[in-house]
Design a binder for this molecule. Structure first.
Ligand SMILES: NC(=O)c1ccc[n+]([C@@H]2O[C@H](COP(=O)([O-])OP(=O)(O)OC[C@H]3O[C@@H](n4cnc5c(N)ncnc54)[C@H](OP(=O)(O)O)[C@@H]3O)[C@@H](O)[C@H]2O)c1
Length: 330
């Protein structure tokens, strides 16, 4: 297959290009050349998508294109330039307007209203999901055939966001064996290893699989997630579960950021966000590795990569919140 990856130098799109090269495909990546390198065996065409596509890109024909863009005008332009390929558009579960209903899948959950103009996400991050809705529609309107893949939280080696990475780093910190576990042990959550998602994206490109899919992993209880991460990191930790009311009172942030306990989401508002039904994606060829393997490999990557990002509350703050919980539970 002749595959064009729009991106190819960061986390997911780089993993897609690497997997396609590994399978023997002829891989071209297009990006500005500023964020990282493309995998060995892939060729780079330098392109800033705010400019028209260069002839070096539009001259050859491709069997499939994988695009990770967020800006609707970029997707409209690229689809118009390369309409004959099978398009695999990487969207997001943030396209769904309903984040509270568990077990959703494409077709069962309403979508957000599209935003068709480009919005600076550093100014308005809330435009992300609505712009992805518009990007998806541009692909459906313009491409000969297409797969839309809507990932949930993507994790694993190379993650530039540091969200899931917090947990392997935390579990491996033997000097602080009491670990703050957020919310209730039975709260559901869901992540997908970047390598499993990338492999599946190459598979649907090869098969020209049509339709919309969620790119999500198994739905697990938070307790199983934390236990699997600890097992993968060879850690012997004690989990202390702190209810969400206490976390909120203490000013702990959900989901992501320096003041957050990552993966924690307020309930029941977000009961559905990390509990999508993965069955349609399994039926379309998605294969998952155990989460313990993802945690092990993420920790190894973190240790081997100076400057790799980890985000989440620090140990001192965690100890303060644990102390406050003990005090309030007396
Ligand atoms: N991380 C998650 O948990 C998560 C969850 C749901 C969905 N997603 C989706 O998954 C995808 C992640 O993709 P990713 O990991 O490859 O990272 P990304 O940040 O979406 O894409 C980065 C790639 O785009 C290129 N790029 C950026 N600006 C460009 C420009 N002006 N012109 C040409 N190329 C440009 C970058 O190279 P240069 O900078 O060198 O140009 C790089 O190769 C996205 O679609 C995201 O929305 C992520």
């Amino acid at each position: 297959m002749k595959l064009l990856v729009l991106g190819g130098s960061v986390f997911l799109s780089q993993a897609v290009a690497a997997e396609a090269v590994r399978r023997g495909h002829d891989v071209t990546c297009a990006n500005r050349g500023s964020s990282g390198s493309v995998p060995d065996g892939a060729r780079l065409v330098v392109w800033d998508r705010r400019e028209p596509a260069p002839d070096a890109l539009t001259g050859p024909s491709y069997d499939a294109v994988v695009d990770v863009a967020r800006m609707p005008s970029w997707v409209r332009g690229a689809v118009a330039a390369l309409p004959d390929a099978h398009w695999v558009f990487v969207s997001t579960i943030n396209v769904y307007a309903d984040e509270s209903t568990p077990g959703g899948r494409p077709g069962t959950l309403p979508l957000r209203e599209p935003i068709v103009d480009d919005v600076d996400l550093s100014v308005d991050p809330e435009a992300y999901g609505p712009m992805k809705v518009a990007c998806e529609q541009a692909v459906r309107d313009g491409a000969a055939s297409w797969t839309v893949v809507r990932p949930g939280l993507i994790v694993g080696p190379g993650d530039p966001t540091g969200r899931f990475t917090y947990w392997p780093a935390r579990m491996a910190d033997a000097a602080h064996p009491e670990v703050l576990a957020p919310g209730r042990p039975d709260d559901r959550t869901q992540v997908i290893d970047v390598r499993d998602l990338a492999a599946w994206i190459v598979t649907v490109a090869e098969a020209r699989t049509g339709g919309d899919y969620d790119g999500v992993g198994e739905v697990l209880a938070m307790r199983e997630v934390l236990e699997q991460v600890a097992a993968g990191c060879g850690s012997d930790v004690e989990l202390t579960w702190v209810p969400q009311e206490v976390l909120a009172e203490q000013g702990v942030e959900p989901w992501a950021g320096p003041g957050a306990v990552p993966l924690w989401l307020p309930r029941p508002e977000y009961d559905g966000m990390c509990a999508h039904d993965p069955e349609p994606s399994y039926a379309a060829g998605l294969v998952l590795r155990p989460l313990a393997d993802t945690a092990r490999d993420t920790l190894a990557w973190l240790r081997a990569t100076p400057g790799a990002t980890v985000t989440g509350i620090g140990r001192e703050r965690e100890a303060e919140v644990l102390a406050a919980w003990r005090e309030s539970a007396r």
